[in-house]
Write a new protein. Structure first.
Length: 284
């Protein structure tokens, strides 16, 4: 039986330049379509069955919840007239993807602690005795680790101060003969984040509606960081928020925007889009 291929999402928190991730997975054989929905298990015998975004799967090792993202094609990138657009976000090009499963929530401190406790793994930050943090500029923060963040967090908060290597190590630890984990490509991440919308944000064009859907630079944070440009709303958190604190995107995914900056499997190339043909097929 071929293994289920799974994909990690890795994040970088915008407040203090710290990393965390969540997990997604791609289709495989017969038990791939065994999904959990409303605590009920549904069997799908045809691997080519059209996927629905309300199908779930739970990893038995960590109890992480995954939601199935339907395959399809989308226009990747942003138009030149979009406010806040960066030069590396174009040209727009078509990308087609197969269905995959994506972690519904970010990996929590409790889930990461399970990995640490069972594997005796030491993170890059712990080995180097610092983490990279962002407060208007990138700086090294000595003795900042996944369990020493500089602000209060609970087990329900996303794990931070972990690196790309740490994410890959946890992916390997979670993987079995039938399940394989990795980081997502940029294409997979953007498709999931957009949720089949074509607006600048998955909820629309009004940026000050962000606090309903995400943890952003807002009126809550301006007293601590007065130099920030903030949204005219309150999300209730200066730093990270517990996972799932806001409304999900159309695919049912939480915190796809805000809370953190997200990293992907791809190596960054500022001219990457210009090197691609207009139509790019991935796993098509």
């Amino acid at each position: 039986m071929n293994p289920i291929k799974l994909i990690f999402r890795l994040f970088l928190i915008g407040v203090c330049g710290i990393f965390f991730y969540e997990i997604i997975q791609l289709p495989s054989k017969e038990d791939f379509y065994q999904t959990v929905s409303n605590n009920m298990v549904t069997q799908h015998s045809d691997q080519n069955t059209t996927c629905l975004a309300n199908e779930y799967w739970q990893d038995p090792k960590t109890s992480m919840d995954f939601i199935q993202i339907p395959g399809g094609c989308f226009q990747m990138g942003s138009p030149q007239h979009e406010i806040g657009r960066h030069s590396d976000e174009g040209p727009i090009h078509e990308v087609c993807l197969n269905a995959f499963y994506l972690g519904r929530y970010e990996v929590t401190i409790a889930q990461f602690r399970l990995f640490i406790d069972q594997s005796n793994y030491q993170t890059d930050a712990e080995k180097q005795q610092y983490a990279w943090c962002y407060n208007g500029e990138w700086i090294k923060k000595k003795d900042f680790y996944w369990n020493h963040t500089g602000f209060d967090q609970t087990d329900a908060h996303p794990v931070i101060n972990v690196s790309w290597n740490d994410a890959q190590s946890m992916a390997n630890w979670m993987s079995t003969k039938t399940h394989r984990f990795r980081l997502p490509t940029e294409e997979e991440w953007e498709f999931a984040c957009r949720g089949k919308t074509d607006s600048s944000r998955f909820w629309g064009e009004i940026s000050d509606q962000a606090c309903t859907f995400s943890n952003v630079a807002d009126q809550t944070a301006i007293n601590i960081y007065p130099a920030w440009t903030v949204h005219s709303c309150h999300d209730g958190y200066i730093y990270t928020a517990p996972v799932g604190s806001y409304q999900p995107n159309p695919f049912g995914l939480f915190d796809m925007m805000g809370n953190v900056w997200e990293l992907c499997l791809n190596s960054y190339d500022s001219k990457g889009y210009t090197l691609l043909p207009y139509s790019v097929k991935k796993n098509a």
